[in-house]
Design a protein around this ligand. Structure first.
Ligand code: SF4
Ligand code: SF4
Length: 261
């Protein structure tokens, strides 16, 4: 891995302006080239795992560095691997059972009744799958994260999501998901790092390990995002939740559908 990381560690910081954590916090420690350097230092045994994990968590896994890179170097993937190498064994919340036998399943990651909205939209019965920790999305790169309970639960079902963390966890487990925005054919929302659609802005700071390891930095990134955001409806409930936690009004497609009832 070192050779691939060295490409970034020796790069003249070309993707620095694209990284939302660097620009939102002003921290040199969050510059993508520096993160690559820390990964190499850990790989070579020059820094402790705890320090490496803290440093490598100054990242939301948003993909902006790779998108901006002149050679599209896969730094986000390299950082995921490096975070795994530096991680401790974590205990994750057990995956809840799906409530109901319907083929269509809506994953609810906040207090709002996504399953009811999907049932009304499709005109079919919809099962509810609740998660309080987005299936461990903040620590997908940690030792102890296990995709098997998700794979077993989701087998043969059609999974609908409205939250980027949930989507990333399920996709990491190899489970296909459909977004609520696709289901209701709602175009023109502000997209996110996780929804696969057009992304007019870099990350809001709510993704990856950043909010858990560095909550104050995550809030700074939210404020920087909000300064650039022209408003509108968000596609991703995780962005909504993160921006609200920073004190901003933020609405997503699910809010819009619930208000329209
Ligand atoms: S992702 Fe590309 S631009 Fe960014 S540090 Fe690596 S090589 Fe440089
Ligand atoms: S994935 Fe995003 S947050 Fe992480 S280093 Fe790249 S641009 Fe920065």
């Amino acid at each position: 891995m070192s050779a691939e990381l060295s490409t970034c560690a020796l790069c003249p910081r070309l993707c620095r302006p694209a990284c939302p954590v660097t620009t939102g916090t002003g921290r040199e420690a969050a510059v993508p080239t520096f993160l690559a350097g820390m990964a190499i230092e850990h790989e070579r045994g020059r820094i402790e795992a705890e320090l490496a994990e803290a440093a490598l968590s100054l990242c939301t896994d948003c993909g902006a560095c790779e998108a901006h890179c002149h050679i599209h170097h896969p730094l986000p993937e390299l950082l995921r691997d490096a975070r795994f190498e530096a991680s401790v064994e974590r205990v994750f919340e057990p995956v809840a059972a799906i409530e109901g036998d319907a083929e269509v399943v809506a994953v609810e990651a906040d207090e709002r009744p996504l399953a009811e909205v999907v049932a009304r939209t499709l005109g079919v019965e919809v099962a509810r799958w609740k998660t309080r920790d987005r299936f461990g999305a903040a620590h997908l790169d940690s030792r102890g994260w296990d995709p098997e309970p998700l794979i077993r639960a989701a087998e043969g079902r059609r999974i609908i999501v409205a939250d980027g963390g949930v989507a990333q966890a399920l996709e990491r487990a190899g489970i296909a998901v459909e977004w609520l925005t696709e289901l209701v054919e709602r175009d023109g929302c502000t997209g996110s790092c996780a929804d696969g659609g057009e992304r007019p802005l870099a990350c809001c700071g709510g993704g990856g390990p950043l909010p858990v390891h560095h909550p104050e930095d995550a809030q700074r990134v939210a404020r920087a995002y909000h300064r650039r955001w022209e408003g509108g409806v968000l596609s991703d409930a995780r962005c909504r939740g993160h921006l609200r936690s920073a004190g901003f009004e933020a609405r997503d497609v699910l809010d819009e559908l619930l208000e329209a009832e």
